[in-house]
Design a protein around this ligand. Structure first.
Ligand code: IPE
Ligand code: IPE
Ligand code: MG
Length: 242
């Protein structure tokens, strides 16, 4: 059920929506196409949803594009995904003036090809002033990896005398994550029918509402996002209270 126009005007949209963009491979398989064709269709779905989030006034959209575990896939699939990302970013850089999307990358970019890494860094720096919607693009991202890196960075600061171990608080630790300064997502959506987080936003999701949907990511559009937001509005968030 899509949100009615009235609901859309009266109910506040979540400030921060996160999506596990899953199901590209199955989408391609169903059509007898190579998995890469599914990833290309997934990139189009992302474009649609980023634009729709901007229209809705969502402030942050965090998308899981490639996990620290996705390197286990065939070299062919990985290089196909990386090529598509490069192509997408080149287009995003070209259309930047039109779309006003602010890009941030969550993940260890040092493992990427230098050319792709540069595209990521250019997209981040050239879009820094935009106020449309902030897209946090999770690329070579893992929630556990993010926490390990935060612990290492804090340990270095302790060794340098900047902090003592007891100074560490939830707030201070949050500042060492890729998501520093970004509010936690109210809503996390996983299409494709899988019922797990697959190492996504482990820390930030403590009180997020999860919506799992049966649709495959390349088929995900504004109607599906409306439906997920409608489900979110029906939840009763208690944060441990009554
Ligand atoms: C998500 O789609 C994209 C990435 C993980 C890179 P999948 O490729 O995981 O698609 P399925 O789950 O095999 O259908
Ligand atoms: C999660 O999907 C990662 C991304 C969508 C980028 P996977 O397809 O990698 O997750 P699993 O393997 O089904 O848990
Ligand atoms: Mg998958």
């Amino acid at each position: 059920m899509a949100i009615s126009q009235t609901d859309k005007r009266t109910l506040p949209v979540p400030r921060h929506i996160a999506i596990i963009m899953d199901g590209n491979g199955r989408w391609a398989k169903k059509r007898g196409l190579p998995r890469t064709a599914g990833h290309a269709a997934g990139a189009e779905a992302f474009r649609r949803i980023a634009n729709y989030c901007r229209t809705l006034g969502v402030e942050y959209l965090t998308v899981y594009a490639f996990s620290t575990e996705n390197w286990k896939r065939s070299a062919e699939e990985v290089s196909g995904i990386m090529k598509l990302l490069g192509k997408y970013l080149e287009e995003a850089l070209r259309d930047m003036e039109k779309n006003h999307v602010r890009f941030k990358f969550f993940g260890d970019l040092t493992r990427l090809e230098p050319k792709l890494r540069k595209l990521c860094m250019d997209a981040e720096s050239r879009s820094a002033g935009y106020r449309g919607v902030q897209v946090n693009f999770c690329l070579n991202y893992g929630g556990r990896d993010e926490l390990v890196r935060a612990a290492q960075a804090f340990a270095r600061d302790v060794a340098e005398g900047k902090y003592s171990a007891e100074d560490l608080s939830e707030e201070l630790l949050s500042g060492y994550l890729y998501s520093a300064g970004v509010p936690d997502p109210e809503l996390i959506i996983r299409p494709s029918g899988e019922l797990r987080t697959s190492n996504f936003l482990l820390w930030q999701s403590a009180y997020s509402e999860y919506v799992f949907m049966d649709v495959l990511w390349p088929d995900f559009g504004p109607e599906e996002l409306d439906e997920a937001i409608a489900q979110y509005h029906r939840r009763n968030r208690r944060f441990g209270g009554v």
